[in-house]
Design a protein around this ligand. Structure first.
Ligand code: AMP
Ligand code: MN
Ligand code: MN
Length: 331
């Protein structure tokens, strides 16, 4: 796989006409913000753009400019000149959206997951970038693609959500420079942050109460986890997006190095979310052993088995890299 340049991607975007802009299942702010930012920019270039996500536009993100354009893919594939996959570590994480564009002539893959194998014809992966939205900003600036306040707001949401509001270690001086440019470009930080972080449905906090009831610690407090059964999710009427960010309550505990969230899914699998606070503990390597992936400090997987089985297997795998014995080693 050879990495494309921003210039090659820029010229492909200018040259072709019919685009599909996609991102991963269970989308987060980076996925949806990136999709809508690129869609709006291509639209200003006069392109025909379709924007699909298997899960559609989540209620939580329905304030995003252009959001009404984002829909769920149809069952039958359609023809496109170019399919653009954003923020999606493996092609099958596009889910049904990937199926619906399988006849696209050219595939562009823009992402920041180091586990991304580089599928597609034009591949631009920057694992040092904290968000796909940051790469898109660089592309737009470098290639002088259209940007307006609506695009800026989508990029700001993408970057803010993937950096934990400009807090995680992947946040660099460049990230703040881009943040400043986006604010100058029309983003109302107070308003966007209120919509993102102070506008949750009550059931999300009720979910947190349930999760804290299942909280457990291993390795003398270095591993913290909690889990969500389908029964509790059903009782509270939980939507998939409700649990985004709840794992941060575990990560925030002093002494915790690895935080894990287990969620029982309908298909006999368990969704695993993992976070690390220590560069030496690479949770994406642990998740890759179970068919998942992600970043060193934030990763995930979907693992077949019951909640209890998957919890035990994953915790054991973490104990291979963190000493889980009860006693501190002497000395
Ligand atoms: P999450 O815990 O769902 O917020 O995901 C954390 C990171 O891991 C994100 O960057 C995801 O793209 C990645 N990730 C989550 N689940 C998977 C999976 N099943 N396969 C590959 N990467 C994943
Ligand atoms: Mn994402
Ligand atoms: Mn991302």
């Amino acid at each position: 796989m050879t990495q494309a340049t921003l210039a090659q991607i820029g010229s492909a975007l200018r040259q072709h006409h019919r685009f599909a802009v996609l991102s991963h299942v269970r989308p987060d702010g980076d996925a949806l913000g990136s999709q809508l930012a690129l869609t709006l920019s291509l639209q200003l270039l006069g392109k025909e753009v379709t924007v699909w996500n298997e899960d559609g536009l989540l209620e939580k993100y329905d304030f995003l400019p252009g959001g009404a354009r984002l829909t769920q893919p149809p069952p039958e594939p359609q023809d496109f000149d170019v399919a653009v996959a954003l923020d999606t570590a493996t092609q099958n994480r596009l889910g049904l959206a990937g199926e619906a564009v399988r006849h696209a002539k050219t595939w562009i893959n823009i992402d920041h997951h180091h586990s991304n194998p580089g599928y597609g014809d034009l591949v631009y992966i920057d694992p040092n970038s904290p968000a796909t939205g940051q790469i898109l900003f660089e592309l737009i600036q470098d290639q002088q693609l259209p940007i307006d306040p609506a695009i800026a707001e989508n990029l700001f949401v993408a970057i803010s959500t993937d950096t934990g509001s400009f807090q995680y270690p992947n946040t660099t001086a460049r990230t703040f420079e881009i943040g400043a440019d986006l604010v100058r470009g029309g983003v109302d930080v107070g308003r966007v942050s209120r919509l993102l972080y102070e506008n949750y449905p009550r059931r999300r906090t009720e979910l947190l109460r349930e999760l804290l009831g299942t909280m457990r610690f291993e390795a003398r407090g270095q591993i913290a986890s909690f889990s969500l059964s389908r029964e509790v999710a059903g009782k509270l009427g939980i939507r998939p997006e409700d649990n985004e960010g709840l794992i941060d309550h575990l990560r925030a505990i002093r002494g915790v190095i690895v935080a894990v969230f287990f969620e029982e899914l309908a298909d006999g699998k368990v969704r695993v979310s993992m976070r690390s606070k220590n560069e030496a503990i690479d949770v994406s390597a642990i998740c890759q052993k179970f068919g998942g992936g992600g970043h060193k400090l934030a990763a995930g997987a979907r693992v077949r088995g019951t909640l209890t089985e998957v919890e035990e297997r994953l915790l054991q795998a973490i104990c291979e890299v963190i000493d889980c014995s009860d006693q501190r080693p002497p000395g």
